[in-house]
Ligand binder design. Structure first.
Ligand code: ZN
Ligand code: ZN
Length: 140
Protein backbone atom coordinates (compact mmCIF):
# COMPACT_ATOMS: atom_id res chain seq x y z
CA UNK A 1 0.00 0.00 0.00
CA UNK A 2 1.31 3.44 -0.87
CA UNK A 3 1.55 5.90 2.02
CA UNK A 4 -1.33 8.32 2.21
CA UNK A 5 0.85 11.34 1.50
CA UNK A 6 2.06 9.73 -1.75
CA UNK A 7 -1.48 8.85 -2.81
CA UNK A 8 -2.54 12.42 -2.16
CA UNK A 9 0.35 13.89 -4.09
CA UNK A 10 -0.46 11.60 -7.01
CA UNK A 11 -4.04 12.84 -6.95
CA UNK A 12 -2.84 16.42 -7.15
CA UNK A 13 -4.25 17.30 -3.75
CA UNK A 14 -2.90 20.64 -2.60
CA UNK A 15 -0.44 19.73 0.14
CA UNK A 16 -0.09 22.69 2.44
CA UNK A 17 2.28 22.31 5.39
CA UNK A 18 -0.63 21.58 7.72
CA UNK A 19 -2.24 19.03 5.42
CA UNK A 20 1.09 17.32 4.83
CA UNK A 21 1.70 16.90 8.55
CA UNK A 22 -1.79 15.46 9.01
CA UNK A 23 -1.28 13.03 6.13
CA UNK A 24 2.08 12.01 7.57
CA UNK A 25 0.56 11.36 10.98
CA UNK A 26 -1.82 8.95 9.25
CA UNK A 27 1.04 7.03 7.56
CA UNK A 28 2.08 3.51 8.40
CA UNK A 29 0.45 0.24 9.25
CA UNK A 30 -2.16 -0.36 11.90
CA UNK A 31 -2.93 3.34 12.15
CA UNK A 32 -6.34 3.97 13.68
CA UNK A 33 -6.41 7.36 15.31
CA UNK A 34 -9.12 9.50 16.81
CA UNK A 35 -9.23 13.11 15.62
CA UNK A 36 -7.80 14.33 18.94
CA UNK A 37 -4.86 11.97 18.60
CA UNK A 38 -4.20 13.20 15.06
CA UNK A 39 -4.31 16.76 16.37
CA UNK A 40 -1.87 16.02 19.22
CA UNK A 41 0.61 14.29 16.94
CA UNK A 42 0.36 16.90 14.21
CA UNK A 43 0.86 19.70 16.72
CA UNK A 44 3.97 18.00 18.07
CA UNK A 45 5.49 18.34 14.60
CA UNK A 46 3.94 21.62 13.54
CA UNK A 47 2.84 23.69 16.55
CA UNK A 48 0.71 26.12 14.52
CA UNK A 49 -1.61 23.41 13.21
CA UNK A 50 -5.18 24.13 14.27
CA UNK A 51 -7.79 21.74 15.55
CA UNK A 52 -10.26 23.00 12.93
CA UNK A 53 -7.81 22.24 10.13
CA UNK A 54 -7.29 18.72 11.48
CA UNK A 55 -11.03 18.04 11.65
CA UNK A 56 -11.72 19.58 8.25
CA UNK A 57 -8.86 17.72 6.63
CA UNK A 58 -9.93 14.39 8.10
CA UNK A 59 -13.48 14.94 6.84
CA UNK A 60 -12.22 15.90 3.43
CA UNK A 61 -10.04 12.80 3.21
CA UNK A 62 -12.97 10.60 4.23
CA UNK A 63 -15.02 12.22 1.47
CA UNK A 64 -12.23 11.51 -1.02
CA UNK A 65 -12.17 7.86 0.02
CA UNK A 66 -8.60 8.14 1.31
CA UNK A 67 -9.52 7.49 4.94
CA UNK A 68 -12.10 5.23 6.48
CA UNK A 69 -14.08 6.61 9.36
CA UNK A 70 -15.18 3.97 11.81
CA UNK A 71 -16.86 3.79 15.15
CA UNK A 72 -15.99 0.69 17.05
CA UNK A 73 -17.22 -1.28 19.99
CA UNK A 74 -15.63 1.13 22.43
CA UNK A 75 -17.57 4.03 20.92
CA UNK A 76 -14.54 6.00 19.74
CA UNK A 77 -14.49 7.31 16.21
CA UNK A 78 -11.23 6.49 14.49
CA UNK A 79 -9.67 7.16 11.11
CA UNK A 80 -7.97 4.40 9.15
CA UNK A 81 -5.71 5.08 6.14
CA UNK A 82 -5.78 1.45 5.02
CA UNK A 83 -8.47 1.83 2.37
CA UNK A 84 -6.86 -0.50 -0.16
CA UNK A 85 -6.77 -3.83 1.63
CA UNK A 86 -9.95 -5.33 2.94
CA UNK A 87 -9.38 -6.01 6.58
CA UNK A 88 -10.96 -6.50 9.93
CA UNK A 89 -9.83 -5.23 13.29
CA UNK A 90 -8.38 -6.64 16.44
CA UNK A 91 -9.21 -4.27 19.29
CA UNK A 92 -7.80 -4.28 22.79
CA UNK A 93 -10.78 -3.35 24.95
CA UNK A 94 -8.48 -2.17 27.74
CA UNK A 95 -6.09 0.24 26.01
CA UNK A 96 -7.78 0.76 22.65
CA UNK A 97 -4.83 -0.50 20.61
CA UNK A 98 -6.16 -1.65 17.24
CA UNK A 99 -4.51 -3.79 14.59
CA UNK A 100 -5.50 -4.67 11.04
CA UNK A 101 -6.09 -8.37 10.54
CA UNK A 102 -7.27 -10.41 7.62
CA UNK A 103 -9.87 -13.06 8.21
CA UNK A 104 -12.76 -14.47 6.27
CA UNK A 105 -15.91 -12.39 6.25
CA UNK A 106 -18.76 -13.91 8.21
CA UNK A 107 -21.59 -14.92 5.92
CA UNK A 108 -25.18 -13.99 6.39
CA UNK A 109 -27.57 -16.54 4.93
CA UNK A 110 -30.28 -15.21 2.62
CA UNK A 111 -33.04 -16.14 5.04
CA UNK A 112 -31.40 -13.91 7.67
CA UNK A 113 -31.21 -10.78 5.50
CA UNK A 114 -34.81 -9.68 5.98
CA UNK A 115 -34.80 -8.13 2.53
CA UNK A 116 -31.88 -5.83 3.38
CA UNK A 117 -29.30 -5.00 0.75
CA UNK A 118 -25.87 -5.70 2.27
CA UNK A 119 -23.41 -2.82 1.90
CA UNK A 120 -20.43 -4.09 3.81
CA UNK A 121 -19.11 -6.12 6.66
CA UNK A 122 -17.04 -4.84 9.53
CA UNK A 123 -15.69 -7.30 12.03
CA UNK A 124 -14.07 -6.26 15.28
CA UNK A 125 -12.40 -8.94 17.33
CA UNK A 126 -12.67 -7.71 20.89
CA UNK A 127 -9.58 -8.78 22.74
CA UNK A 128 -6.89 -7.85 25.22
CA UNK A 129 -3.38 -7.15 24.01
CA UNK A 130 -0.37 -8.89 25.60
CA UNK A 131 0.68 -5.75 27.50
CA UNK A 132 -2.75 -5.38 29.09
CA UNK A 133 -2.90 -9.06 29.95
CA UNK A 134 0.53 -8.76 31.58
CA UNK A 135 -0.44 -5.61 33.47
CA UNK A 136 -3.37 -7.31 35.16
CA UNK A 137 -1.77 -10.69 35.72
CA UNK A 138 -1.56 -11.62 39.36
CA UNK A 139 2.08 -11.71 40.37
CA UNK A 140 3.15 -15.21 41.28
ZN1 ZN B 1 -4.16 -3.31 25.53
ZN1 ZN C 1 -7.69 -0.81 9.91
Amino acid sequence: MEPLVVRLRNRGWRLTAQRRVIAEVMAGEHVHLAADEVFDRARAVLPEVSRATVYNTLNELVGMGELLEMTHADGRKRYDPNVEERHHHLLCVDCGRMLDVTADDPSLPDDQRHGFELLGIEVTFRARCPACVRATATPS
